[in-house]
Design a protein around this ligand. Structure first.
Ligand code: GLU
Length: 283
């Protein structure tokens, strides 16, 4: 009997996991949630133990910097960039420390849009990822917020994680968010909104459902960004699941083929070119 797309998720080998600022910080204070990070690292370390390759796309640089500096929410671009400079290093310190407790080595990869647009940089980035995965490390990716201004920004880590997935030929992208997945309407506004468990075609009607349903004000990606990420992932041949990152154990449920979150099945298009998507990164 033919396996369902959900059952196939068990066999995914190269997995990109994206976690957003809202899932990594305490809602009351915006401070980094260490227990959450530790749990996530435990799951990833176990995936490594199963022989899977894992890339983590982690936000939280600005939040961690704000916390370290004891400042309020940043107002200007320069403030955000300065907070990110402090916070990215802090965040990596935490990742390095806890990953090493589980006998794993974290590696930092910071990117801007130029990394992908420039042919030489894109090739270099691809080779670096391949080498890092061959070496058995867990690359931890973020936008290089400290130097990226609007023109060279990906905009949000949902898209960045889809671009990384396309770049490295990942076979699964898991977006951990503060929502359970895709609904036919904003479930916070419309109690009749229906949950959609699987999407095999990203029609125009579906794309227009992408209102900004993310309840948080710490991250940048709403549902529109997630659907855009799905377009990149699916078109490049990567299955993608949006799930609630409240409990990072959801990653196990996904890999066991359970009906959690929304699965966007891959349909590699022969016309897919990553650059087309990069150019329209600020649609
Ligand atoms: N790169 C930003 C950070 O690490 C977050 C971007 C996003 O959440 O989409 O703080």
């Amino acid at each position: 009997m033919k396996k369902t797309a959900r059952e196939e998720l068990k066999n995914k080998k190269r997995i990109v996991i994206k976690i957003g600022s809202s899932s990594l910080t305490h809602p009351e204070t915006g401070d980094v949630n260490l227990v959450k990070i530790e749990r996530l690292i435990r799951v990833i370390s176990d995936l490594r133990g199963m022989g899977k390759e894992v890339v983590l796309v982690s936000s939280g640089a600005i939040a961690a910097g704000r916390q370290a500096l004891g400042c309020q929410k940043p107002q200007t671009v320069a403030e955000k960039q300065a907070y990110a400079a402090v916070g990215q290093a802090r965040l990596m310190m935490v990742y390095q420390k806890i990953f090493s407790e589980y006998n794993q080595t974290a590696a930092q990869v910071l990117m801007t849009k130029n990394t992908i647009v420039d042919n030489t940089s894109r090739e270099n980035a691809r080779n670096t990822f391949d080498q890092l995965l061959k070496l058995g490390t867990v690359p931890v990716v973020n936008e290089n917020d400290t130097v990226s201004t609007y023109e060279i920004k990906f905009g949000d880590n949902d898209r960045l994680s889809a671009i990384v997935s396309a770049l490295i030929g990942a076979d699964l992208l898991v977006l951990l968010s503060d929502i359970d997945g895709l609904y036919s309407d904003d479930p916070k506004m419309n109690p009749d909104a229906e949950f959609i468990s699987q999407v095999d075609e990203l029609s125009d009607a579906l794309m227009s459902m992408g209102k900004s349903t993310s309840g948080s004000d710490v991250g940048t990606g709403g549902m529109a960004a997630k659907l855009y990420a799905a377009k990149i992932a699916a078109g490049s041949g990567t299955d993608m699941v949006i799930a609630n990152g409240d409990d990072v154990g959801v990653i196990w449920d996904i890999l066991e083929g359970r009906e959690v979150g929304t699965l966007f099945t891959a349909h590699r298009s022969p016309d897919f070119t990553l650059l087309d998507y990069i150019e329209s990164v600020h649609p």
